[in-house]
Ligand binder design. Structure first.
Ligand code: ZN
Length: 414
């Protein structure tokens, strides 16, 4: 696509030179994030001309994606017409599944959560049983809320890994082997009759963050720590997916040259030194630290991490050292990403930051403030996610909604 808008140089860097489809998506994002907004305010906030806004709004009204919603207060002349997203009785469903629990959410077309259920986790049950059960949970939620299947745009599934594994770092390799043959999205589409998209947890967290922010950044990354470490890269308000849809595998950036062998074949990957599993390994290998937090070599990983991240253990000098070394490696990776992508916002999300988020946050913020190419060009903010780590399901629903609203950004729903 080479059809670019003819905006003047007054357009902000994020919109100047974008294709008309991207400009249209940006305007739609503004309407969605604002709730209700007039054409004049759209022009002011997008820094597009009023003529361009009028043209785009006309198209959006004709397509039925937005509707008129009354009038704003007059500021002297005619009262301006307000515009909003057409809720039109459409919904999206989001799902996340973990070893211990699963979450299903029902969202409106603006991404607002309408209802949720917390259901059984995967446990060690066979995948067919788990998938049957989840499809039943989704049916139950729709029935309970009186939502007809035909009104649901689609189902988004937040998952770890490349093939749709359930989330969680507290499971062993055999768990992934069991799930490997299953295409979770195909299986759930078949069972629920809903168009289903699977998206990795980091991308779901990033897109969820984009949708809940009233003044969303159009370019940022969300670093998601769970079983591994991944990043959702948002560029111009859309997820950057890469050649095979696997962009953001920052857990395999090299943190320690010639370090420990990683399962991916490289040595010294970030995951080998700064994931929950890596921190757990270091604590468990040290007899003094084992005693300090009351675990032994057979304590399950999830329990060890829970103890490491509890307030008391974090204050133990030895445990603190393990966490701070990990946070230092993590901060280096963040700095590389900021310099590579010219970012001014990095968001930290996911269960792996639970209880230790502040340590990682501080290390990363100090690093980007004190070193790196970008720090003298603009401020760089590192912050914890505004939606909780348990709401990857909400992010998965927004993946469905974004594909529906702005299909040029991604492939259509299956
Ligand atoms: Zn690796």
């Amino acid at each position: 696509m080479t059809d670019t808008t003819d905006e003047s140089s007054a357009a902000p860097a994020t919109l100047r030179g974008r294709s008309s489809a991207e400009t249209r998506s940006a305007v739609l994002d503004l309407i969605r994030a604002s709730g209700k907004i007039s054409r004049v305010d759209l022009a002011r906030r997008s820094v597009l001309t009023e003529a361009t806004i009028s043209k785009i709004v006309k198209e959006l009204l004709a397509s039925g994606l937005i509707v008129q919603a009354g009038y704003a207060e007059s500021t002297g002349g005619k009262r301006p017409v307000l515009l909003k997203l057409n809720d039109g009785g459409r919904y999206a469903v989001g799902l996340t599944m973990d070893f211990h629990s699963s979450t299903v959410v029902l969202c409106g077309p603006d991404g607002a959560e309408l209802a949720r259920i917390t259901a059984a986790g995967t446990g060690v049950d066979r995948p067919e049983l788990v998938l049957d059960r989840l499809a039943g949970d989704i049916e139950d939620l729709m029935r309970r809320e009186g939502v007809d299947r035909s009104a649901v745009i689609g189902l988004g599934v937040a998952s770890a890994g490349r093939r749709g594994f359930p989330q969680g770092w507290n499971v062993d390799a055999s768990f992934f082997d069991v799930w490997e043959p299953y295409s979770v999205e195909d299986e759930l589409a078949q069972r629920t009759g809903l168009a289903t998209i699977r998206e990795n947890d980091a991308n779901c967290a990033a897109l969820g963050e984009f949708w809940v922010s009233p003044e969303p950044h159009r370019d940022f990354i969300t670093v998601y720590m769970s079983h591994g470490v991944g990043a959702g890269i948002v560029i111009n308000g859309a997820i950057y997916r890469g050649v095979s849809g696997n962009a953001g595998e920052i857990g395999h950036m090299i943190a320690v040259p010639d370090g420990e062998l990683c399962w991916c074949g490289s040595h010294g990957c970030l995951e080998t030194v700064a994931s929950p599993r890596a921190m757990v390994d270091q604590v468990v290998q040290d007899p003094e630290l084992r005693v300090a937090i009351g675990v032994d070599e057979d304590t399950p990983i999830a329990e060890v991490f829970r103890r490491i991240a509890s307030g008391a253990a974090v204050e133990h000098a030895g445990v603190r050292r393990v966490l701070e070394v990990a946070a230092g490696h993590f901060a280096s990776a963040i700095s590389d990403l900021v310099n590579t992508l010219d970012l001014d916002l990095v968001v930290l999300a996911g269960p792996g930051f639970s209880g230790v988020g502040e340590i990682f946050l501080r290390a990363a913020q100090e690093r980007v403030d004190s070193t790196g190419f970008m720090r003298e060009l603009h401020p760089i903010t590192v912050r914890l996610a505004s939606i909780g780590s348990e709401t990857a399901a909400l992010g998965a629903a927004t993946v469905v909604l974004q594909r529906h609203l702005t299909p040029h950004r991604t492939a259509p729903l299956a």
